[in-house]
Write a protein that binds this ligand. Structure first.
Ligand code: UDX
Length: 434
């Protein structure tokens, strides 16, 4: 089988490399010549564990190629995947579909034979129908079938998620399109991965419903954490006690500073807008969006309060900046709200992140980047942990105590044990734990 993947962004690169690993011939096409040139030379523009090896091996074996020429990428392809960006449109929160529609039209015009045009980008319900119309108008004679195949990849574990998914969702309108997609995913039959075959609209909605539900779940436990703090209860145990009920499940019940990333904030907003327009508002998602935004704004206040109401002139060591560990992604990271708020309040920050590449570009230029976790906490009046990178777990209370000047530790991910921290003499606060 042969496919073309449009878009060498996160989804396109991971999916393309993984399909190649499945034995499919994959050509990834992108309009950015610099990006394609870098990929040809084996340089990967994003940080994702295992991706560099997968790209290198499949490129070496000739199954994975890169080009800027759409026609070249599409030659002999059974399917063309759209993995172009769908950012939030300025002003109204809708997903911006400009790139998706433009790419669909170009594909229709360039098609030389029958093919399946598959949307992998996250697109609002109804987009597949619009793509069908665009394709029909551009090529009334074409034999192009439109399908939807949303991805559920988590950054940091995207390759494992692609190779061992909980399910594969395919929205198709014909058996031919279903057959092409099922052949592409055939290696997953060995591990008995369920395939959910639906209409275009249903597949599109599954993606949004899944992400919105997870965002609601996180926001629920975050609000429970606030309640625990007032009531003297422990959110960790509440989550465990709830999550062991099989109907609830234990995952995504970790209280923290609010969710971020490239998907949850964008997709909840887009779902809320679509639902309002269709006259079926999903108010629980609207409330989740507001609660999550407010939560991020409240986080800086925690360390300000812990330092007695003012951080002016105080040195604060910041551990972790990315929206979660094992990624360099800063999109909608809580640190984007917390760091400027603390700088504005007069604090001197020393921040450390193991993957600071993007953080350096998007955080205030005067932020001091420390060279290691120890360097960030050295001599600090207070430490705030924002992202739970594994290496921070190795910072024992004793090590912290020896390095810091002050005693205040504000842990937004519940990494340390409260009893041990108290024993070591810290004024320690975490999320939803006494
Ligand atoms: C998410 C979805 O999981 C994935 O299926 C979809 O395709 C893309 O969006 P991702 O954004 O990579 O993946 O990260 P994820 O691990 O889901 O975490 C998202 C955010 O929620 C992070 O900010 C994380 O810190 C936060 N989170 C997650 C919590 O605060 N608590 C939890 O229990 C889980």
């Amino acid at each position: 089988m042969r496919i073309a993947m449009l878009g060498a962004g996160y989804v396109g690169l991971v999916s393309g490399a993984c399909f190649a690993e499945f034995g499919v011939d994959v050509c990834i096409v992108d309009t950015d010549p610099a990006k394609i040139e870098a990929l040809k030379q084996g340089r990967i523009p994003i940080y994702e564990p295992g991706l560099d090896r997968l790209v290198e091996e499949n490129a070496r074996d000739g199954r994975l190629t890169f080009t800027t020429e759409l026609k070249e990428a599409m030659r002999g392809a059974d399917a063309v995947f759209l993995a172009v960006g769908t950012p939030t449109r300025r002003g109204d929160g809708h997903a911006d579909l400009t790139y998706v529609f433009a790419a669909a039209e170009q594909v229709a015009k360039a098609a030389e034979g029958p093919l399946v045009l598959v949307t992998k980008s996250t697109v609002p319900v109804g987009t597949g129908r619009k793509i069908e119309e665009i394709v029909r108008n551009a090529r009334p004679d074409g034999q192009i079938e439109v399908a939807s195949n949303p991805e559920f990849l988590r950054e940091g574990s995207a390759i494992g998620d692609f190779m061992r998914p909980d399910r594969v969702v395919i929205g198709v309108e014909s058996e031919r399109a279903a057959a092409v997609l099922k052949r592409l995913y055939r290696p997953l039959y060995l591990i008995e991965t369920p395939v959910v075959q639906t209409s275009l609209e249903t597949a599109e909605l599954i993606k949004y419903a899944a992400n919105a539900f997870l965002a609601v779940k996180i926001t629920f436990i975050n609000q429970m954490a606030d309640l625990c703090e007032k009531a003297g209860a422990n959110v960790h145990d509440v989550a465990r006690g709830m999550g062991l009920d099989g109907r609830i499940g234990r995952k995504f019940l970790h209280a923290g500073p609010g969710y971020g990333g490239s998907c949850f904030p964008k997709d909840t907003l887009a779902l809320a807008r679509t639902a309002q327009e269709l006259g079926a508002p999903v108010t629980i998602v609207e409330q989740t969006i507001t609660a999550n935004d407010t939560r991020k704004e409240q986080m800086a206040q925690r360390v300000i309060d812990a330092l007695g109401g003012s951080v002016a002139g105080k040195t604060i060591g910041i551990l972790g900046l990315t929206f979660k560990p094992e990624t360099d992604d800063m999109r909608d990271a809580p640190s984007l709200v917390i760091v400027p708020a603390l700088i504005a309040a007069g604090a001197k920050l020393r921040a450390y992140d193991p993957q600071p590449g993007h953080a350096r570009q998007v955080l205030p230029a005067d932020l001091h980047f420390a060279s290691s976790a120890m360097d960030a906490v050295q001599g600090a009046d207070a430490v705030m942990l924002i992202t739970e990178w594994n290496e921070f777990r190795a910072l024992s209370p004793e090590k912290l105590r020896a390095a810091m000047k002050g005693k205040v530790v504000c842990d937004l991910r519940n990494v340390w044990d409260p009893a041990q921290m108290r024993e070591a003499g810290f004024s320690y606060s975490s999320i939803g734990r006494p």
